[in-house]
Design a binder for this molecule. Structure first.
Ligand code: COA
Length: 260
């Protein structure tokens, strides 16, 4: 697959997607969003890919937001389409059905912060900075940020970020639950790869059912969520991996999962 603004590689079931516009702080222009949609659709449909790492090229930015030179051209009608298209792409990532780890290696601002929020696990470099500075441009987050940020770190903290446009450093992001772990910049991607490799060794049907169940918690009532959980649990119980995992425990050996 040939992309202008994205690097994509897969090794042993683990894909790495790198947004590659370092001279523009990896800002998301329309072409990059389109390429993100294409690459994540490919990943979704490729059963051999189990885990994804998403990061930004260079050492300054994960993604510094939507491309402001394009944003500047929007009006009432095109603004709605712009937001809806970004939401569609980020929803594909959140609903990928397999884990996506954001390795946030620098600025994650505006659409960049929202992109990290659409991922399932966020790891950050010590130099990472998160923010929703849209208010400084006279607009609000439009790629799902008002919803995902409020759910993740609570409405008060989300509104503080959205209303001030202030950036928070990785320590503060960690304390507020915005990121799972913080690492030195030099080891961030290596740590993301270690985490991906650990997940890649598990029974992949159980991994995918876990992602599906947990991601749906935002949309379902407790009762509906538990109903879904029971169904997905049952799916796992019908797999070879389940027989292997439980037998391996009882036989005091390591399981050999086949994703079946
Ligand atoms: N859209 C388009 N271009 C962007 C961009 C964005 N969101 N963020 C950075 N760039 C471009 C800059 O215009 C500059 O391009 P140039 O070299 O052609 O002038 C280049 O990336 C480097 O950015 P610069 O501002 O010079 O780097 P810096 O280190 O001084 O500051 C940031 C880095 C991220 C703090 C600053 O670029 C910034 O505030 N970006 C906008 C963030 C934002 O508001 N995002 C939300 C958009 S909805």
């Amino acid at each position: 697959m040939d992309f202008n603004n994205i690097l994509f590689e897969t090794n042993n079931g683990i894909s790495r997607v790198t947004i590659n516009r370092p001279d523009k702080m990896n800002a998301l222009n329309a072409e990059t969003l389109k390429e993100l949609k294409s690459v994540f659709t490919t990943i979704k449909n490729d059963d051999k890919i189990n885990v994804v790492i998403l990061t930004g090229a260079g050492d300054k930015a994960f993604v510094a937001g939507a491309d402001i030179s394009e944003l500047n051209q929007l009006d009432l009608l095109s603004g709605k389409e712009f937001a809806e298209y970004g939401q569609e792409v980020f929803n594909i990532i959140e609903n990928l059905g397999k884990p996506v780890i954001a390795a946030v290696n620098g600025y994650a601002l505006g659409g960049g912060c929202e992109l990290s929020l659409a991922c399932h696990i966020r790891l950050a470099s010590e130099s990472a900075k998160f923010g929703q500075p849209e208010v400084n441009l006279g607009v609000i987050p439009g790629y799902g940020g008002t919803q995902r940020l409020a759910r993740l770190i609570n409405t008060g903290r989300a509104l503080e970020l959205i209303l001030t446009g202030d950036m928070v450093n990785s320590d503060e992001a960690y304390r507020s639950g915005l990121v799972n772990k913080v690492y030195p910049g030099e080891t961030l991607v290596e740590e993301a790869e270690k985490l991906a490799a650990k997940i890649n060794k598990k029974g992949q049907i159980a991994v995918r059912m876990s992602v599906k169940a947990v991601v749906s918690c935002d949309e379902l009532s407790e009762k509906e969520g538990q109903h879904l959980e029971a169904g997905l649990f049952a799916v796992c119980c019908g797999t070879e991996d389940f027989k292997e995992g439980t037998a391996a425990f009882l036989e005091k050996r390591k399981p050999e999962f086949k994703g079946k």
